[in-house]
Each structure stands twice: as structure tokens, then as C-alpha cells.
Design a binder for this molecule. Structure first.
Ligand SMILES: [Zn+2]
Length: 372
């Protein structure tokens, strides 16, 4: 149904100012939550838009205790295993309890509609419109300044990945050159910037090269695949699952998951600017997994709950990874608590988080069952 679920349509190419763009990891655990990791949920912040990719059990709690529960514009489900959507009914109800009125769109693969209709009695009647749209593996949704496109992933059951594709921006306008060519500052400048020829002066004479928009790719659960390499080619950020360590490569294949090293190979083949690995299984040591990942592809991080990746415009710098532990310390210091007070009084955030993930908490290994 290409085009049908388009959220808001604005003219393309009218974006001169860059929007703030970041990815916040609300939950980074696979299968079952651990003391350290909530289940899959990733918040994409693009200007004023708030899009959630996957919504594992406990996601609203994860958000409330970190950045707050935003008035989401849309939710995107990569597939329908419980650890990727089970947080949605409660969240839908919370939106209702706080008198949300604007519509919420939920996009997912085939089966999403039937699934949410089955659990509708859990959240009851909502005071706002809930639009559920099922997407195929090659669709494109138009938002104000970007598109969300789908691509096929290789998991068990219907599954899709999502690409965030920001509109390209016009090249820089050379006002000096335009004046030299006899153009009068004012409306004529605008005409040239919009691509119109003005008294024989063509836009290409006064405009620099088009600046490409930013791109982010989210896989959800998947085996490594060529389709992901194609979708992620040259992306600013690839968010790829890496549920298992290399020692469990066979298990990853059996369950249609990836190892961290396989995610890194996809990132290498796609030549992305940064790879963020999530989710990972509770029994996997994140520090060791990160070493495996970086052995294949250096520009990579294994993210933890509440980490954030900020994406400046490509010509203004590389993606920036903010550890939640650092951000939390900054917040505590900004609040006047200082490092000493921070240790005494629990700041917001997971109580077991430490700066270095060398010592995983003593949580029992979580068996990875077939339903993830
Ligand atoms: Zn799954």
C-alpha cells in the first residue's frame, strides 16, 4: 500500500536548516530483560518528531526513568516476537490516561493488525485514533523532511527493517557570485535557491553541490543479509542486532539471529560511518562482544540502555556516541549534586549502571528461546 500511510506530506527540498537528529536506546536486551538491559526499543528523534522502533516489554518504564515518555508520532515494529512489541499495549493505555488526542500510527509487518486487534481488550477503548498499517518489504512513508523506507530482513516470520532517509539539502548559495552576476539581493536570491533561472543566471552558477541527507538503518532481529548491506550502503548509522558472541555462531544461524562479528561484517561491507550493535543476549558480555565487533569493523559500539547517538550533518562531523553513564554524571553535576553527592543519592537511570562495562552484574544466563 505505498503512499497510503503517509503521515504528513510537505513539499520536498524546502529544508534549508538541519534538524536535530539522534537515536536513543531505551532497551538493548534480547529475549528477556536483565538487571542491566531492558527489551528492544529505540527512539529516533528527528527535529520535533519522535519515532519508536520496537517496543519490548517495559519500554514505557525505561523511557520514564530516562528521557521521559514522549508523545510519540509513530511506532515501527520490525517483527512480532514478543520481546519487540509486548510493551505497546501498556504504552497505548498510558497515552490514553494522559488525554492524548493526536493520532498514533503503528507500522509493522504482515500480521501486526491481527495481533494488536487480539490484545485490544487489554488496553480498551482509546480516546485518540490508533492507525495500524502493515508494510511490505519495499515501501516508503513520507514525513516532513525525510522518508521511512522498509527493506527485507531474514528472521523467523514476517520481518522488516527500516531506513530513515533524510531529504537532500540544496548546496550553499554563493551570494557574492550572484551579486557579481548582476542579481539583486532579495527575492531574486530566493528564486535561484529554488532552482529558477533569473535573467540568464542559472542556479548551478551560484549554488554549491547538493548536500546529501543523513541515513540511519534499523534491522531488528535478522541474520546477516545482502539486503541489509544494500539498505545500509554508506549510511551514517547502522543499528544492527548482535544477539550472540562468535562462540555461538551456530546457535545464531539456527535461530535466525546474528553474532556481533556478523553485524560488523555487514557494517564493513556497507561502509557505514558508525555501527551500533543492539540488542544482545543477557548472557553475552558486552565488553567482550565489543572487542569481537571491533576486530571486524572499528567504527562500532555495543550500546547499553539509555546511550544516545547524535548525528550531526555529515559535513559537520561524525556521529557522536554518548554513554548514559557520562550523561547521567553531567546531569547530576548540572543539578549541583557533584560527583560525591551523585554516589550517595541515586540519580535517574539504572541503579546497576557503571562507567565501564567490564563487570557484568551477576544475573543468571538467559536461555534464548525460539520465540525471540
Ligand atoms: Zn525475534
Amino acid at each position: 500500500m505505498p503512499g497510503t500511510p503517509a503521515a504528513r506530506v510537505f513539499p520536498a527540498g524546502d529544508t534549508l536548516d538541519a534538524v536535530d537528529l539522534s537515536v536513543f536506546f531505551a532497551g538493548t536486551g534480547a529475549s528477556s530483560p536483565s538487571a542491566r538491559r531492558g527489551l528492544s526499543a529505540t527512539l529516533l528523534r528527528a527535529g520535533g518528531d519522535r519515532l519508536l522502533i520496537d517496543c519490548g516489554e517495559g519500554t514505557q518504564r525505561q523511557l520514564v526513568k530516562s528521557v521521559g515518555l514522549p508523545d510519540l508520532d509513530a511506532v515501527f515494529l520490525t517483527h512480532l516476537h514478543a520481546d519487540h512489541w509486548f510493551g505497546l499495549p501498556g504504552m497505548l493505555k498510558s497515552f490514553d490516561l494522559r488525554d492524548r488526542s493526536k493520532p498514533l500510527e503503528v507500522y509493522g509487518p504482515v500480521g501486526t493488525k491481527a495481533l494488536l486487534e487480539r490484545v485490544q481488550p487489554v488496553f480498551g477503548r482509546l480516546g485518540y485514533p490508533l492507525d495500524i498499517e502493515e508494510l511490505d518489504t519495499d515501501e516508503s512513508l513520507r514525513f516532513d523532511e525525510y522518508r521511512i523506507k522498509t527493506f527485507p530482513t531474514r528472521h523467523r516470520g514476517p520481518s522488516i527493517g527500516f531506513q530513515f532517509v533524510e531529504d537532500d539539502r540544496p548546496g550553499r548559495f554563493d551570494a557574492g557570485e550572484a551579486t557579481r552576476l548582476g542579481i539583486t539581493p532579495g527575492p531574486e536570491f530566493g528564486q535561484l535557491q529554488r532552482g529558477e533561472t533569473v535573467r540568464g543566471v542559472e542556479p548551478s552558477q551560484v549554488m554549491g553541490e547538493t548536500r546529501r541527507g543523513r541515513r540511519i538503518v534499523f534491522t531488528g532481529d535478522t541474520r546477516p543479509s545482502d539486503a541489509t548491506v544494500v539498505a545500509a550502503a554508506g549510511a551514517d548509522l547502522l543499528v544492527h542486532e548482535g544477539t550472540f558472541a562468535s562462540s555461538e555462531k551456530d546457535r545464531a544461524a539456527e535461530t535466525a539471529h546474528s553474532t556481533g562479528a556478523q553485524a560488523a561484517q555487514v557494517a564493513f561491507d556497507a561502509d557505514v560511518r558508525l555501527l551500533a550493535v543492539t540488542p544482545i543476549a543477557a548472557r553475552v558480555h558486552a565488553g567482550e562482544l565489543e572487542r569481537e565487533v571491533r576486530g571486524v569493523f572499528e567504527r562500532a559500539v555495543v550500546v547499553r540502555d539509555f546511550d544516545e547517538i547524535e548525528l550531526p550533518l555529515p559535513d559537520r562531523g561524525d556521529p557522536i556516541h554518548h554513554r548514559w553513564s557520562d550523561r547521567r554524571r553531567e546531569l547530576a553535576e548540572a543539578a549541583g549534586a557533584g560527583p560525591a553527592a551523585e554516589r550517595g543519592a541515586e540519580p535517574p537511570g539504572p541503579s546497576v549502571e557503571t562507567g565501564a562495562e567490564q563487570a557484568e552484574p551477576a544475573v543468571p544466563p538467559e536461555p534464548v528461546r525460539s520465540g525471540i
